[in-house]
Design a protein around this ligand. Structure first.
Ligand SMILES: Nc1ncnc2c1ncn2[C@@H]1O[C@H](COP(=O)(O)OP(=O)(O)OP(=O)(O)O)[C@@H](O)[C@H]1O
Ligand code: SF4
Ligand SMILES: [Mg+2]
Length: 328
């Protein structure tokens, strides 16, 4: 498979302004993305799974350059997007799209649905007539189940439900037939009954239209359904990655095993900690613990060395790797 996107040792650190620690002069920081490396092939869907605050949106925004990294590279067709100049960026904006987690962020509240969805056509397909644009917008809205499209096109975002807005955002991202789409929790606001249908449509669009996807979700079942490959994200780190069947059928990292609920828990007291939300959210006084495994405070298999040294990446098989000392 041809490589479309290559991510190499990507880091994004945010300052934690406004926190009590900062007010006291402590320069603590959040490593939202910490050394991510992976690839996405042409026509491939890669799922990212992780809990709230693990850095999924930050990773997605870096991949389409809505954010600049602290360090590292994202190569699109071999070219580092963070070194692209204006002209190359214009062409990148046509080839890559992001469906934002909150559709309010991508739809101008003062513009009709038609105006928002047709905007990319106004920029990149200037020669189309109004009628042609209406037909394309209508086709894409109907593809997302907003039928008949005329009922939605001239409404404002505030007149639609959250789920309908989410479908508009998907239609908008698809309209230029991009090569690469970052879809950030794209169906989270839809009724459960509609979610599978929308995911199916997105998968079909990817297969038929030849788009690659980074599909972001906190739900391992949708990640499994959508992804050819999976990245398991925990506090900014990819703790496990590989072909979907490898990760699901042979999960290695204790966190992945927790996610798919097949973990044998040796000690009931530890299992409580394992399943509970860590109220410190992984921060110590320096922000995320600078050393050691980020999962150590919740891991039932933790060893002394886990608290002092960050585990490196171990290869399990051709398309399966894990960051955990248990697989040394
Ligand atoms: N602009 C920002 N400034 C400061 N900190 C930020 C910023 N954006 C994100 N963060 C922090 O980075 C971490 C990762 O956030 P991010 O939104 O990427 O997580 P997420 O996995 O998408 O979460 P969710 O599932 O809730 O959407 C969080 O601790 C968050 O508070
Ligand atoms: S490195 Fe240690 S603490 Fe981290 S997941 Fe593996 S066993 Fe658990
Ligand atoms: Mg997010």
């Amino acid at each position: 498979m041809e490589k479309l996107v290559e991510v190499k040792d990507l880091w994004k650190t945010f300052g934690r302004s406004g926190t009590l620690l900062n007010k006291l002069g402590n320069r603590s920081q959040v490593e939202a993305v910490a050394g991510a490396s992976f690839e996405i092939g042409t026509n491939e869907i890669v799922s990212v799974v992780g809990e709230s605050g693990s850095g999924k949106t930050t990773l997605g925004k870096l991949l389409v350059r809505l954010l600049e990294p602290t360090s590292g590279e994202v190569r699109f067709r071999g070219k580092n997007i963070f070194e692209m100049r204006k002209k190359e960026m214009t062409s990148l904006r046509r080839s890559v799209q992001m469906i934002l987690q909150d559709p309010y962020d991508s739809l101008n509240p003062l513009f009709s649905i038609f105006a928002s969805v047709s905007k990319p056509l106004n920029i990149f397909e200037k020669n189309l007539s109004r009628k042609e644009k209406e037909d394309i917008v209508s086709e894409h809205l109907e593809m997302m189940g907003l039928k008949p499209a005329e009922q939605f096109m001239y409404k404002l975002p505030s007149e639609l439900s959250g789920g309908q807005r989410q479908r508009v955002s998907i239609a908008r991202a698809m309209i230029l037939k991009p090569e690469f789409i970052v879809a950030d929790e794209p169906v989270s606001m839809l009724d459960v009954s509609l979610r599978a249908e929308m995911l199916n449509r997105m998968k079909k669009l990817s297969r038929d239209g030849g788009s690659s996807f980074l599909f972001i979700t906190h739900d391992i079942a949708s990640a499994r359904f959508m992804g050819d490959r999976m990245l398991i994200f925990f506090r900014g780190r990819i703790v496990e990655q590989g072909k979907t069947e490898n990760v699901i059928e042979n999960p290695k990292h204790p966190y992945t095993r927790l996610l798919i609920e097949s973990v044998p828990v040796p000690d009931p007291e530890r299992s409580k900690a394992f399943l509970s939300v860590d109220e410190t959210n992984g921060y110590n006084e320096e922000g995320y613990s600078a050393k050691g495994c980020r999962f150590a405070s919740r891991c039932p298999f933790v060893m002394d060395r886990c608290r002092n040294t960050e585990p490196p990446v171990y290869t399990i098989s051709k398309d399966h790797s894990v960051s955990c000392f248990l697989y040394e």
